[in-house]
Design a protein around this ligand. Structure first.
Ligand SMILES: [Zn+2]
Length: 285
C-alpha cells in the first residue's frame, strides 16, 4: 500500500529517518502549508538577556559577570585576537595552548570520526569559553575547535588560566556552571539530531549563531552549515529555501541575514528555547 502524507504512518516513517525532511517539500501544496504555518506562529520573547549590565567593552557574558577585581586580573593576562572562519583553534588530542573567551566570533567544537566524517557537537560564542578540557585539568580534547564566524576573542595562555581559576572564585564558579550548560546542550543536541527535521535544526542553528555573534547577519555557506549539521548539502539547500520563502532569512553569496527572528524561533524545534532557558538559569552572577 502506498503511504500518503495524510496517513499517520507517513509521519512515523519520516521521523524514523534522522536528517530527512518531515514535510515533502517537493509538493507545492505542502510547501505553501509549511510556509503559512511558520508565518502564523507568534514571537517567542528572549528571556536570556542578563539583568546585570556588562562593563563597557566586555561582550563576553562570563567575563561581564565578574566582579571588578577578577575582571581586571583576567584582562591583565589576556590578549585580544581575531579568529577567522575555518581557522583551527586546536586539533583533536593536541595540547591546548590557549583558552578563548569569544567577544563576537563563534567557534565550533567538532567530533571527527575515523572515516573522515565529522559533525558539530556545540557552538560557542560570547556566551561561553573554549578550552573546557584544560579547566577540567585535561591538557587536550577529543574534539577539534575551529572558527565558525569571524570575529574577536580574548585568549589566555593555559598556565595563566590555571592561576586565574585558582585565584578567582567567581570565575571558577561560572566556568563550572558553564561546563554543566555544555553537558546539557550536547545532550539536547544528541536528541535533536536524532528526532528533529532539517528545517527545524537549520532554524535553531541560525538563531544560536545570531545570539552568539550578536548581530543578525553573518558569513555562512550552505556547505559549511551542512557539515555542521552532519547532513547532505541538498537537504540544507531545500530547508534554507523554505525559511527564505517564509521571509525569515535572506542569503547572499556566503552570507545569511535573519530577517524575522520571531518567525525563525517559531520554525525552530523546542531545543532552541530549552537550551536558551537553561543558559539563563545557569550563567548568572
Ligand atoms: Zn531540536
Amino acid at each position: 500500500m502506498q503511504i500518503q502524507p495524510a496517513d499517520p504512518g507517513y509521519w512515523k516513517l519520516q521521523r524514523r529517518r534522522p536528517g530527512t525532511l518531515l514535510v515533502p517539500f517537493w509538493d507545492p501544496f505542502w510547501l505553501v502549508m509549511a510556509v503559512q504555518s511558520i508565518q502564523a506562529e507568534t514571537h517567542v520573547r528572549d528571556k536570556s538577556v542578563p539583568t546585570q549590565s556588562a562593563p563597557a567593552g566586555i561582550r563576553n557574558r562570563i567575563l561581564g559577570l565578574l566582579p571588578p577585581r577578577e575582571l581586571e586580573a583576567v584582562l591583565d593576562r589576556s590578549e585580544m585576537v581575531t579568529i577567522q572562519s575555518k581557522e583551527v583553534i586546536y586539533r583533536r588530542d593536541e595540547p591546548i595552548r590557549y583558552i578563548h573567551f569569544p567577544e563576537d566570533c563563534v567557534i565550533s567544537l567538532i567530533t571527527e570520526l575515523e572515516d573522515g566524517d565529522s559533525v558539530e557537537a556545540m557552538t560557542i560564542g560570547a556566551d561561553g569559553f573554549v578550552g573546557i578540557a584544560v579547566f577540567h585539568q585535561v591538557p587536550s580534547s577529543r574534539l577539534k575547535a575551529i572558527g565558525q564566524i569571524t570575529g574577536e576573542a580574548r585568549r589566555i595562555g593555559t598556565d595563566d588560566f590555571r592561576r586565574l581559576i585558582r585565584d578567582c572564585e567567581n570565575l571558577d564558579r561560572l566556568l563550572h556552571r558553564y561546563s554543566q550548560f555544555v553537558f546539557e546542550t550536547v545532550s539536547q543536541s544528541a536528541a535533536c539530531n536524532r528526532l528533529h527535521v532539517i528545517e527545524q535544526r537549520c532554524a535553531r542553528w541560525l538563531l544560536m549563531s545570531e545570539d552568539r555573534v550578536g548581530r543578525n547577519h553573518f558569513d555562512l555557506t550552505q556547505e559549511f552549515l551542512a557539515a555542521m549539521l552532519g547532513v547532505r548539502r541538498p537537504g540544507v539547500t531545500v530547508a534554507m529555501g523554505v525559511l527564505e520563502k517564509a521571509g525569515l532569512i535572506s542569503h547572499g553569496r556566503g552570507t545569511i541575514t535573519v530577517t524575522n527572528r520571531g518567525g525563525l524561533e517559531a520554525a525552530s524545534c523546542e531545543c532552541y528555547k530549552t537550551i536558551k532557558q537553561r543558559q539563563s538559569e545557569l550563567i548568572t552572577s
